[in-house]
Design a protein around this ligand. Structure first.
Ligand code: DX5
Ligand code: ZN
Length: 231
């Protein structure tokens, strides 16, 4: 399974029709999804309640693309283990949600998964400073976590550029080792252009895919918005 290509489109199933979840997932994958993003919420760290490890386990045998688990739960360590055992490939959590960040990252690796840190709009990038060697994904939230369909927060662009610099410098000092820069919240075919220019390479997209009637068209239009920008 390839973890990192140049650009990842990661549909968030939060906006899918849960009555036909399996079909929805197969359809976005056929339409070109690179990762499947699963938003896990506990009505404690965020005011919403969504998906547990059972769902991850039932999806796993049916798909070949990486499963990208975004934990919006507190505490995180027990659920990391459960999601790892349920077939997750990437597990990302928020630094505020654990007492021992370094330890939580180690648990993810111990169970054979890639590790990510998720940074809220008002949270500092400083959290990653001493753990860059332990993260494979840096996820920047461009909305406040908890719900799909919110508006992209413009100050996320400045943060993305800062994160891009941190990652590139770190990568140069570490034999080109890569960290994906994932942006999550309010991404659609217009906001994706500036998020890409600011340095993101991985794009979580919920409503702008699942609330359309044609997933091929939606994903193509996201990719085109990036390509137009490159030209
Ligand atoms: C919000 C979630 C996002 C969200 C994305 O807490 O982390 O993944 O579902 O949905 P859209 O693309 O609709 O903002
Ligand atoms: Zn998410």
């Amino acid at each position: 399974m390839t973890f990192l290509k140049k650009i990842q489109i990661a549909p968030s199933i939060l906006s899918a029709d849960f009555f036909k979840l399996g079909e929805e997932i197969q359809n976005v994958i056929s339409a070109g999804a690179d990762w499947i993003h699963i938003d896990v919420m506990d009505n404690h760290y965020v005011p919403n309640l969504t998906i547990g490890p059972m769902i991850c386990k039932s999806i796993r045998p049916h798909i070949q693309v990486p499963i990208d688990i975004h934990l919006m739960v507190e505490p995180v360590d027990q659920l990391i283990i459960q999601f790892a055992k349920s077939g997750a490939d990437i597990i990302t959590f928020h630094p505020e949600a654990t007492r021992h960040l370094n330890r939580s990252l180690s648990i993810i690796h111990e169970y054979g998964c890639k590790a990510g840190l998720a940074i809220n709009p008002s949270t500092s990038l400083n959290h990653i400073q001493y753990v860059m060697d332990k993260i494979n994904v840096l996820l920047l939230m461009s909305v406040n976590p908890g719900f799909g369909g919110q508006k992209f927060i413009p100050s996320s662009l400045k943060k993305l550029s800062e994160a891009r610099k941190l990652i590139d410098n770190w990568s140069m000092e570490n034999n080109g080792q890569s960290i994906a820069l994932e942006i999550d919240g309010g991404i659609n075919s217009s906001t994706i252009t500036s998020a890409f220019s600011a340095g993101a390479d991985t794009f979580v997209v919920g409503s702008a895919i699942f609330e359309t009637s044609n997933y091929v068209k939606a994903i193509n239009s996201l990719r085109e918005s990036i390509n137009l920008n490159k030209a």
